[in-house]
Write a protein that binds this ligand. Structure first.
Ligand code: ASP
Length: 373
């Protein structure tokens, strides 16, 4: 007998008929119809309960003859239905959070996602959560949740590089591996991970490295956390260092831009004049900008706008190695925050600055501490 379970109130089991569509119930105790609903199908109370929170991305897309490209097509409920093997080792709940390509994700979406995932994880019956998400901004979205989630239960982001109408979609296998990871005893205390194509990456280090290949997520010199194969997780590494900042809203506007040879600093000035509350600059090499960009940085600092220096180079940190105008040592001396001892990269540094500013305000010492942790 398959049971359909409502988590509201917690622990109340409502038995429904086999194969009946699970009812939607509010996720929060005082839920309104506008809040994401949770659908739970408990077919074996002895098995762990994993909730899939679906946000969209290629995993939920299909080729459209009308547009000539992939477009949102499948709900989270459809994604789970495509992996019947899941029922052998888990009960699966679904939250149809959104269905958007992740290029349309914004920090406000991730703030709402973080609150939603925390509400799901707060239910004692839930072992962990799988978030399905587009790969384009998965590295940033997973890092946002890694920073802000209150719960320490496992959260695995996954997605797909091939859409659901492809002859060999990678989505179903990735969901299977993600659920496997959530319930595995070998996969504890990793924080939020990005798990695709069997490799487990820490949210803080992961980057998308290939535009179209299923093996796109890498952790570079930091290394994978583990590997999922045939229902088992092999643990390679612990995730010893994670920043946690309580989610505070509203999130301030933080600009991220890249410098380049011949930059005249106009984009830094533009960000200042348009009211940015913080600026992240992907600098050159170990942390250098040219003289004109340096002048623009001084302009930002003179308006008490924190400036974080990251690097366009993937590996290594931003260091105070160069002492001439706009070199890392000069930027540090004038009050910039260098992204070290490891460089998070511009997009993630932007998330960190945004979340930190929202919680602590423009407190230079505190921001230094958070970045240089
Ligand atoms: N454009 C897609 C997205 O990020 C790419 C993917 O999911 O693989 O939503």
């Amino acid at each position: 007998m398959r049971k359909i379970v409502s988590l509201v109130p917690v622990g109340l089991l409502i038995a429904c008929s086999l194969f009946a569509a699970p009812p939607s119930v509010p996720l929060s105790e005082k839920g309104t119809s506008k809040e994401p609903q949770i659908q739970l199908a408990i077919h074996d109370p002895k098995l762990p309960l994993v909730v899939v929170v679906a946000t969209g991305g290629t995993i939920a897309e299909k080729r459209s003859a009308k547009t000539g490209g992939s477009v949102p097509a499948l709900s989270g409920t459809d994604l789970v239905a495509a992996v019947p093997e899941l029922s052998k080792f888990a009960n699966i709940g679904v939250v149809n959070f959104s269905n958007i390509d992740s290029s349309h994700m914004a920090p406000e979406n991730w703030a709402k996602l973080s609150r939603t995932v925390d509400r799901v994880l707060a239910k004692p019956e839930v072992t962990g959560v799988v978030v399905t998400h587009g790969t384009d901004t998965m590295a940033e979205g997973s890092f946002f949740l890694d920073l802000t989630l209150k719960s320490n239960k496992p959260v695995v982001f996954t997605g797909a590089m091939r859409d659901a109408s492809s002859p060999a979609p990678d989505g179903p296998g990735n969901i299977l591996d993600a659920v496997t990871q959530v319930i595995s005893k070998n996969a504890t205390n990793w924080g939020v991970t990005v798990t695709l194509n069997q490799y487990v990456n820490a949210a803080q280090y992961v980057r998308k490295t290939q535009t179209t290949n299923v093996q796109t997520f890498e952790s570079g010199e930091k290394g994978y956390l583990g590997y999922v194969f045939n229902g088992e997780v092999t643990r390679f590494n612990d995730c010893l260092k994670r920043r946690k900042i309580p989610l505070t809203e509203p999130l301030p506007s933080v600009s991220f831009l890249t410098t380049y040879a011949g930059d005249d600093g106009r984009f830094v000035r533009y960000a200042v004049d348009r009211g940015a509350k913080g600026i992240v600059i992907d600098s050159l090499g170990a942390g250098n900008v040219n003289a004109k960009t340096f002048e623009a940085v001084l302009y930002a600092l003179s308006k008490q706008i924190p400036v974080v220096i990251t690097s366009i180079v993937w590996e290594g940190a931003v260091e105070p190695s160069y002492g001439d105008v706009g070199g890392g040592a000069d930027l540090l001396k004038h009050g910039c925050i260098l992204s070290r001892p490891e460089d998070l990269g511009g997009p993630k540094a932007r998330i960190l600055l945004m979340v930190a500013l929202a919680k602590y305000g423009n407190d230079t010492k505190k921001l230094q501490e958070i970045f240089n942790y």
